[in-house]
Design a protein around this ligand. Structure first.
Ligand code: URA
Length: 246
């Protein structure tokens, strides 16, 4: 649906087209009036309300020792990627976070630094978060893979399988109120599907057999190439924020 002048102005005000710095972004108020105004089609499956208290009881994952998990990732040799990595990339952020952001795999910058999303895509991710009033420190950021695939190729099935229990343990420990899957590889693996990211985004799913909601959206690196898609990402972020506040 094409935007009218008022809607465009509202998006601009909210920093959607520019991913403005935090100082430029007014306090975000997600009311139905605003979402209608900017043409956001929020779909929440009300038949599956998010029972945050129930997450504890229903979580499927074993209780783990976070430090032990970090050590296990650091010394992991379960797949071939250990032989080419400079560093493992465990993940970073608040372990009490409501939001967990899950990307694909470390790139060259992340491999050097041992931290996820520190390159150009990371800057864009930070701007995405700022646009809905979140800072990177208040979320937990991780990847499907903890080691960099050479030449940034797609992860192989056996590499994802080797890393799966690390991610499951992270999710089980953090118990996020929402998982934001950024990019095709993340979304397809978290949701166990071959569907395109364009079709997956904009809807609420659940992580495997838990009641942890998953929202899929475009990868920040894609936004660097296709800035016009920022609006859709913002809509997905608004959807995730509404799920948390529901
Ligand atoms: N892209 C990702 O998916 N993850 C990172 O950590 C960096 C780039």
């Amino acid at each position: 649906m094409p935007l009218n002048a008022r809607q465009k102005e509202m998006l601009k005000t909210m920093g959607v087209s520019l991913w403005n710095t935090r100082l430029d972004v007014p306090e975000l108020k997600i009311s139905s009036e605003i979402t209608e105004d900017i043409g956001v089609d929020i779909k929440i499956q009300s038949e599956h309300p998010v029972d945050v208290k129930g997450l504890e009881e229903q979580k499927q994952f074993p209780v783990i020792d976070w430090q032990l998990l970090q050590n296990q990732v650091q010394t992991c040799e379960a797949c071939v990627l250990h032989s080419t990595r400079k560093n493992t990339v465990f993940g970073v952020g608040d372990t009490n976070a409501s939001w967990m952001i899950i990307g694909e795999a470390p790139g060259v910058d992340e491999d050097v630094k041992g931290e996820p999303f520190v390159g150009e895509a990371g800057q864009m991710l930070n701007q995405m978060l700022i646009s809905i009033g979140l800072s990177r420190e208040t979320v937990f950021v991780a990847n499907i893979l903890k080691c960099r695939p050479p030449n940034n190729r797609d992860p192989h099935v056996e590499e994802v399988a080797a890393c799966q229990s690390f991610l499951d343990q992270q999710i089980g420990y953090i118990k996020p109120k929402v998982i934001l899957a950024v990019g095709r590889v993340s979304a397809q693996n978290l949701l166990q599907t071959k569907e395109t990211i364009g079709r997956l985004r904009g809807e609420k799913y659940f992580y495997r057999d838990t009641n942890i909601p998953v929202i899929a959206t475009y990868h920040p690196a894609y936004l660097l190439r296709s800035p016009l898609e920022k609006r859709k990402v913002w809509q997905d972020l608004v959807l995730a924020k509404r799920i948390i506040s529901a």
